[in-house]
Design a binder for this molecule. Structure first.
Ligand code: SF4
Ligand code: SF4
Length: 272
């Protein structure tokens, strides 16, 4: 599974954190912004939080305007990609990212994880209990990208840090783990529609999930300590992490006490 990925011309060279490559992207390069057209960008939960806040939209509004729903291969889980639009700056029939302008990305500081990784892609091989899972990196070697002809040297590790991918990956780690774990399920084990809706709400519609926690019977059904409540009320990232832990409990009946530390625990389960 690629999380996330631009889907064209993937070169199967397996890279590790210390792998070296030469690359530089800048405004004077001939291919400037070509990589923002004809692409598929799967969005992560943290991408949505950054983007909707940047654009001063609710998560519901952001989803409606800027995303398209998909089912993630081999997982049967609903995910979203950036909705591309007609490219008025060219005759090509390729569609373009809604945020690309002649002078570059208009939301650059809040660009999605995929754009930060580019020209690298990241793949997560398998879920392993008690670890972060094993991942590897590869070049998204698209013929139009001339950045590889430039002379600046990087390691994968340095690139990730420079592009701020580390922060995105840390925040998305639990969610990625959940998705990878779902992929390892035998294909005949299906999630209910309700479970998929819950996955979608927690992953992408954080404002709706907040309402679900604080304005439904959720707090009557689940016993959540005051410290956690305070944290998730005032901090979207805490709310997201709480939601992902809660989802794990629902989707996988997870009982690991560490995972449950700040998560909801049904009263009935506590009284057993
Ligand atoms: S978000 Fe920015 S960097 Fe990413 S494809 Fe769109 S314009 Fe390009
Ligand atoms: S195609 Fe490559 S070098 Fe050109 S703008 Fe995109 S990332 Fe930079």
């Amino acid at each position: 599974m690629d999380i996330p990925g631009k889907k064209t011309g993937i070169e199967p060279v397996r890279l590790g954190l210390d792998s070296k490559f030469k690359f530089k992207c800048h405004k004077d390069i001939k291919c400037f912004t070509k990589c923002c057209k004809g692409i598929s960008i799967t969005l992560t939960p943290y991408d949505i939080i950054r983007l909707k806040n940047r654009l001063d939209l609710s998560s519901e509004e952001f989803l409606a305007i800027y995303t398209e729903p998909h089912i993630l291969e081999k997982t049967d889980l609903p995910v979203v990609t950036l909705k591309l639009i007609d490219d008025e700056s060219s005759d090509s029939d390729k569609k373009a990212c809604p945020f690309v302008r002649e002078d570059g990305c208009m939301i650059y500081e809040d660009r999605p994880t995929t754009c930060r990784y580019y020209p690298l892609g990241v793949a997560t091989l398998s879920h392993k209990e008690g670890s972060d899972g094993e991942g590897f990196y590869f070049f998204v070697n698209e013929p139009h990208c001339l950045g590889f002809e430039e002379d600046k040297e990087w390691t994968v590790k340095k690139w990730r840090k420079d592009q701020g991918v580390d922060i995105h990956d840390d925040i998305n780690a639990q969610w990625t783990d959940l998705v990878v774990r779902k992929r390892s399920f035998p294909p005949n084990i299906k999630l209910t529609d309700q479970a998929k809706q819950m996955f979608f709400m927690v992953s992408y519609n954080i404002d709706k999930f907040r309402q679900f926690v604080f304005e439904s019977s959720f707090l009557k059904r689940f016993d959540i300590d005051d410290k956690t409540l305070k944290k998730i009320k005032n901090d979207e990232i805490e709310l997201l992490q709480f939601g992902v832990n809660w989802l794990k409990g629902i989707l996988f009946k997870q009982t690991d006490p560490q995972q449950q530390a700040s998560a909801a625990r049904p009263e009935a389960e506590k009284n057993e």
